[in-house]
Structures are given as C-alpha cells and as structure tokens.
Design a binder for this molecule. Structure first.
Ligand code: HEC
Length: 206
C-alpha cells in the first residue's frame, strides 16, 4: 500500500515536472472559474436587448455627476436671481487668487488686450481687424464684475468665448486681475501708502 502510494507520487511528480518549460496554446488550468468566464458586453458593442441597440447606456436625462451641480448662479453664471449681473466677485480674494488671475490673464487675454490691459496686445498690432479694446475707461471701470465674468465665459461681439478653456474659478480670478489692472492704471498719489511714497519721492522734493 505504502509502495503503491510512493510510486504514484513519483510518477505524478515526473509527469508534472516534465511539463515545466514547455509552451502550450491552451489557457492555463482554471480550477475555480468564479465569474471569470461569463456572458458579457464589450464597451461600444451592439446590444440586441435595448431598443436603441447600444450596450453602453446613456445617463438618465437630468443626471448630475456628484459634485457637479451648478445651482449657484452667482458663482457659475455671474448672475443674481433676477438675472442682473452680480456686483462683486462671489469668491474670497486672496493674494494667491490674484496671482492666479494674473497668470491666467497673461496666458489667455494679454495676446489681444495687452499685459497692462491697454488693448495693445501683439494680435492687435498684427491687424485683428478691430480697434483694440482697453479696460481703462469709465464704462468698464464701473461695470459689474458679473459682466466681466460673462464676457470671459461667453465672449462679446467680435471677441470669442473663453468658457471652454477657462474654468469657473479662473474666470473670477481673471476678473479680479482686470480690476487690479484698472486700479493700477488709474491710481492717484493717495493710493500709495505713506511709507512707500516717501521712498519714491524724498520729502521736500516737488
Ligand atoms: C483674440 C483676441 C482676444 C482675446 C484673446 C481676448 N479678447 Fe477680449 N476682446 C477682444 C475684442 C476684439 C473685443 C471687442 C469686442 C467688440 O466690441 O466687438 C474684446 C472686448 C473685451 C472686453 C470689453 C467688453 C465691452 O463691453 O466692451 C472685455 C472686458 C474683454 N474683452 C475681456 C477679455 C478677457 C478677460 C480675456 C481673456 C480671458 C479676453 N478678453 C481675451 C478680443 C480678445
């Protein structure tokens, strides 16, 4: 009995050992198939089950991805509930936010509107076909922040829309930077803190 067991074990070992290194076209032995092999649809394949013949099901109309609900019209559209433009930027403005606005402005807007917002961007000097538009006039200084946001998102007249490439928060950051440009180009002596002013113009000089 014992010998028989040993002989069988020895033969089995030789048979299995003999397989090592040999190549087979057959799939490996799958002792527990679980759900590894079953009927399934491949992505983008046709389906005979659904009326529209599509395997991949479109979301139910009105579906909103988690975290993507745009119910804040002030933030997403720059509009108050009554449809008028928001007066102020509905985001807390920090130094980093303003820096971000400057960076985005220099990337997307400066080519046409100029780095200082004077409308002397390189594209305009090349003959865009329209008079350059600067931000330094009373109308645009007094206009609502929501209006500037809307111009970025949807464009205006001959200016193309930039909403496709500039996300919502960045549109507000650029809006803040336009305000900074406007302030910087329309500043008075009173805007300069006294300690800095004395550095610029030594006391006693005219
Ligand atoms: C391809 C050139 C171009 C680029 C880039 C561009 N603009 Fe303009 N923008 C224009 C032109 C042209 C006008 C004038 C449109 C008109 O009056 O027909 C304009 C007008 C404006 C106005 C004034 C709207 C008004 O009421 O008069 C604002 C504000 C403005 N752009 C902001 C931006 C901002 C912010 C960006 C960057 C996100 C930007 N623009 C990028 C060409 C450009």
């Amino acid at each position: 009995m014992r010998n028989t067991f040993f002989i069988i074990a020895l033969l089995g070992g030789m048979v299995l050992g003999g397989c090592r290194g040999s190549i087979s076209e057959e799939p490996p032995v799958h002792i527990n198939p679980n759900m590894d092999f079953m009927e399934r649809y491949d992505p983008q394949s046709a389906s005979g089950f659904f009326a529209d013949g599509r395997t991949m099901r479109p979301p139910v109309p009105g579906t909103v991805a988690r975290g993507m609900l745009k119910d804040d019209t002030r933030f997403h559209l720059g509009l108050e509930a009554d449809g008028s433009y928001v007066q102020g930027i509905p985001v807390q403005i920090t130094q980093a936010f303003a820096q971000r606005g400057r960076e985005r402005y220099d990337i997307y807007c400066a080519v046409c509107h100029g780095k200082a917002g004077d409308g002397q961007g390189i594209v305009m000097t090349g003959g865009y076909g329209f008079a350059p538009i600067g931000y330094h006039n009373d109308r645009l200084r007094q206009i609502e922040d929501g209006y500037l946001y809307d111009v970025i998102a949807n464009g205006i007249r001959t200016m193309p829309a930039y909403g496709q490439m500039i996300p919502v928060a960045d549109r507000w950051a650029i809006t803040a930077y336009i305000r900074i440009l406007q302030r910087s180009q329309n500043a008075t002596e009173g805007d300069i803190p006294a300690d800095i002013l004395s550095d610029i113009r030594p006391a006693g000089s005219p």
